[in-house]
Write a protein that binds this ligand. Structure first.
Ligand code: FES
Length: 74
């Protein structure tokens, strides 16, 4: 899924990644960004209930998206 990014990164055409979309794609981008030390910000969408950080319905990787996101820097 991220195969197209590696040649662009090698050619110096990527300084950072900004992404939104399906969680599977965002996870793949996050792994790519961590592996290549590329700055990355991703918008994680989630169903929200309380929207004040109490219920945990929007929890992602230890963060609550209604308070900490939805855009998270990786
Ligand atoms: S919606 Fe309840 S913690 Fe985010």
């Amino acid at each position: 899924m991220t195969d197209v990014l590696a040649p662009l990164l090698d050619a110096g055409q990527i300084d950072a990644i900004y992404a939104c979309g399906p969680h599977g794609m965002l996870h793949a981008l996050a792994q790519f960004a961590r592996r290549t030390s590329t700055p990355c910000q991703a918008s994680w969408e989630a169903y929200m209930r309380c929207a004040i950080g109490i219920c945990g319905a929007c929890e992602h990787d230890g963060k609550v998206l209604c308070m900490d996101g939805p855009v998270l820097a990786l």
